[in-house]
Design a protein around this ligand. Structure first.
Ligand code: BES
Ligand code: MN
Ligand code: ZN
Length: 493
């Protein structure tokens, strides 16, 4: 799908849908009023004859309205009555795309706000809405496929709008890259393939190092390596660097991702039903890859490190057993009671390595860590756990701004009792009560006092169904927008 910024007097042609806004109470925007007049009041009559109120997300699609050349006119609700926020334009553009994508029109003309910022956000919304993972579909009927191949966005100054879109286009590319990683099945996206895709981002100016099992063994990463030892695929640790700050030696920010390319549970094997979902147990690593892509893509003025712990958790003759004791890079020993609590074992070594080598300003890890976070928060929030209130506040604000909302949960020292082991420094599960919290308390033992936040994204990495038109069902790419915003608002310049 192509995106073009065009002058405001551009007319939608016979193969196009025109999208315009309506506010609460079905009050028409100036562009919608113009379309209503051109059609002799067809929009007003369509509204009167139905239940369209202009509420956010509602659409009303008129076919072949007399008086306009356009094949369709779509009214999109945006709430409120006054100025339309760029964010509302973004979701309205996405809703318009969803409403007409398979109607047969090949063009969508968006007249949702002509200032450069609104036009840019419209482009961003349409781009995200049009995401599809269809590379393995060879027999899909043409009439089921999206028909829209060109989105034209009306702007007072198309050149200025194009310029305003550039950083958002970089962000959209990164989100799409992240969604593709999450969507990709595990027979294709094993640790080495994931590492190769991260390495391909060197074309954006990132530096990417890859450590294999021999190097990790040398570093003493017994915790991460134990998880991968039942897999025929080699575990990988990927280190991505973006040095965009004026001083390339300035202290970096750091992101660490759980990249379990497939989680069978290992010897503590999961039930068959729904196990296919565990191809997206690398959603944390995909988010980290995505945010590094975004920072490099828009040449962010920050030094950032991204670390991916990539493994496959399989049952096998060589797999780790319940009861095994492993020694982490930190020197702390862990009794592995349940091999399905593997994400924390991977992050233990990835977090320790990160702070040990890079001494970052902060570390934020992202992980599809616990089913319990879904029970706690449902699918509209990721869990936030942190040893630092300032960092937490910034993350909560960034999440709100980007519609990737977080909810902070506590880290009570008293609950550490639940992960005490009689034979090692800790055990890897803490029982049913507060399962997401004891997982986070486990991680905290590997951050060495560095300001740190853990985002448990098991609840949000994959949405089916999705209520946000910018997020088609499936991979969300959760975390890319959030962390890109955190850096832009608080750690650049
Ligand atoms: N990858 C899972 C968590 C998960 C569950 C993500 C559902 C997405 C949807 C994780 O590795 C896991 O298996 N966690 C266990 C921990 C338990 C053994 C303490 C869980 O949540 O059941
Ligand atoms: Mn697991
Ligand atoms: Zn897992």
């Amino acid at each position: 799908m192509r995106i073009e910024f065009v002058p405001v007097d551009t007319q939608a042609g016979a193969n196009a849908a025109l999208a315009v806004l309506a506010h609460e109470g079905a009050a028409l925007s100036p562009e919608a009023r113009a379309a209503n007049e051109a059609t002799g009041g067809a929009l007003a009559r369509a509204i009167a004859g139905g239940r369209f109120t202009g509420a956010k997300g509602q659409t009303l699609d008129l076919v072949a309205p007399h008086g306009l050349e356009a094949a369709r006119v779509v009214l999109v609700g945006v709430d409120g009555s006054g100025a339309v926020e760029p964010e509302a334009v973004e979701t309205a553009a996405a809703a318009a795309y969803q409403a007409v994508k398979t109607t047969g029109v090949s063009e969508l003309v968006l007249k949702l706000g002509a200032d450069a910022e609104s036009a840019a956000r419209a482009a961003f919304g349409a781009r995200l809405a049009a995401y599809r993972f269809d590379k393995y579909r060879t027999t899909e009927k043409a009439e089921k496929k999206p028909s829209v191949t060109l989105v034209k966005i009306a702007a007072a100054d198309p050149v200025k709008a194009q310029k305003a879109y550039e950083p958002l286009a970089a962000l959209a590319d990164a989100i799409v890259f992240s969604r593709d990683l999450v969507s990709e099945p595990a027979n294709i996206l094993h640790p080495e393939e994931f590492a190769a895709r991260a390495k391909s981002l060197e074309s954006l100016g990132l530096e990417v190092e890859i450590l294999g099992e021999a190097e990790m063994a040398e570093l003493g990463m017994g915790s991460l390596l134990g998880v991968g030892q039942g897999s025929v695929r080699e575990s990988q640790l990927v280190i991505m660097k973006w040095l965009g700050a004026p001083d390339p030696s300035a202290q970096p920010v750091a992101f660490v991702g759980k990249g379990v390319c497939f989680d069978t549970g290992g010897i503590s094997i999961k039930p068959a039903d729904g196990m296919e979902d565990m191809k997206w147990d690398m959603g944390g690593a995909a988010a980290v890859t995505g945010v590094m892509h975004a920072l490099a893509g828009r040449k962010a003025k920050v030094n950032a490190i991204g670390i991916l712990g990539l493994v496959e958790n399989m049952p096998d003759g060589n797999a780790q057993r319940p009861g095994d004791v492993v020694t982490s890079m930190s020197g702390q020993t862990i009794e592995v009671i349940n091999t399905d609590a593997e994400g924390r074992l991977v992050l233990a070594d990835a977090l320790w390595y990160c702070q040990d080598r890079f001494k970052p300003k902060f570390m934020i890890d992202l992980a599809t860590l616990t089913g319990a976070i879904i029970i706690s928060l449902g699918h509209d929030y990721a869990g936030l756990f942190s040893n630092n209130d300032g960092l937490s506040e910034k993350l909560l604000a960034a999440g709100k701004a980007e519609r990737e909302t977080l909810w902070r949960l506590p880290l009570p020292a008293a609950y550490e009792k639940q992960i005490e082991s009689p034979i090692a420094d800790m055990k890897n599960i803490g029982g049913r009560p507060a399962g997401s919290i004891t997982a986070a308390l486990f991680l905290q033992k590997f951050v060495n006092g560095v300001p740190w936040a853990h985002l448990d994204i098991a609840s949000v990495a994959w949405k089916k169904p999705s209520a946000d038109p910018t997020v088609p069902d499936g991979a969300v790419g959760f975390g890319v927008r959030l962390l890109n915003r955190l850096v832009a608002d608080a750690y650049e310049g």
